[in-house]
Design a protein around this ligand. Structure first.
Ligand SMILES: O=C(O)C[C@@H](Cc1ccccc1)C(=O)SCC(=O)c1ccccc1
Ligand SMILES: [Zn+2]
Length: 169
C-alpha cells in the first residue's frame, strides 16, 4: 500500500529507529509498502521513519529505469572516505526544498537484505549520498539540519504555512 509520508517539521521525524529483531513476514510486508510508497512519491530512497515506523529499514532505487530496488535492514556504515562531495539533496519529507549538503564521497555499508542475509555494499556518488541521507533519517535527522538556521527557519515557516492551507482545503 502507498503510505502517508511524514512532513517536516513533524516531531516524529526526530525519532531514533530501533534495530529489526528478525526479518520476518511483517518486515517483508513493510518493505513492499515502502517500495510502493517510494516509487509512487518518485523518490530514490525512503526510510521507515518517514512513514512513522521506527525500525531500521531503508529502501533505495537510484536506477534510471526505476527497477533496481535495494533493501537495507539494520544498516551501518563500516567505512566512509575522507573525501567529501557536495550534492544537491531533496527529501520526500521536505517537499519542494533542494539544497547542497556535504557527504562522504564513498561509503561501505553492512546490512541485512530482504531475505535476512548479511550484505556488504560499496557505494559512491549518488548511491553513497542517498545511503547517508537515509541512515540520517533512522537517527531522527533530516537534511535541513545541515543548512544554516536562517534557511532552516524559512523552510519550517514555509512548510507549516503550506500544511495550514492544506488543512483548510
Ligand atoms: O527523503 C528521502 O529519503 C528520499 C530522497 C532521497 C535523496 C535524494 C537526493 C539526495 C539524497 C537523498 C529523495 O528521493 S528526494 C527526491 C528525488 O528523487 C531527488 C532529489 C534530488 C536529487 C535526486 C533525486
Ligand atoms: Zn529524506
Amino acid at each position: 500500500a502507498v503510505l502517508p509520508i511524514l512532513c517536516y517539521p513533524d516531531p516524529r521525524l526526530r525519532t531514533v529507529a530501533r534495530p529489526v529483531a528478525s526479518v520476518d513476514a511483517r518486515i517483508q510486508a513493510l518493505v513492499a509498502d515502502m517500495l510502493e510508497t517510494m516509487y509512487d512519491a518518485k523518490g530514490i530512497g525512503l526510510a521507515a521513519t518517514q512513514i512513522d515506523v521506527h525500525e531500521r529499514v531503508v529502501v533505495i532505487d537510484v536506477s534510471q529505469e526505476r527497477n533496481q530496488p535495494m533493501v537495507l535492514i539494520n544498516p551501518e556504515i563500516i567505512w566512509a572516505s575522507e573525501e567529501k562531495q557536495e550534492g544537491e539533496e531533496g527529501c520526500l519529507s521536505v517537499p519542494g526544498i533542494y539544497d547542497g549538503v556535504e557527504r562522504a564521497q564513498a561509503v561501505r555499508v553492512r546490512a541485512l537484505d530482504a531475505q535476512g542475509q548479511e550484505r556488504i555494499i560499496e557505494a559512491e556518488g549518488l548511491l553513497a549520498v542517498c545511503i547517508q541521507h537515509e541512515l540520517d533519517h533512522l537517527m531522527g535527522k533530516v537534511f535541513v539540519e545541515y543548512l544554516s538556521p536562517l534557511k532552516r527557519n524559512r523552510i519550517k515557516t514555509k512548510l507549516l504555512k503550506q500544511q495550514r492551507e492544506e488543512a483548510r482545503a
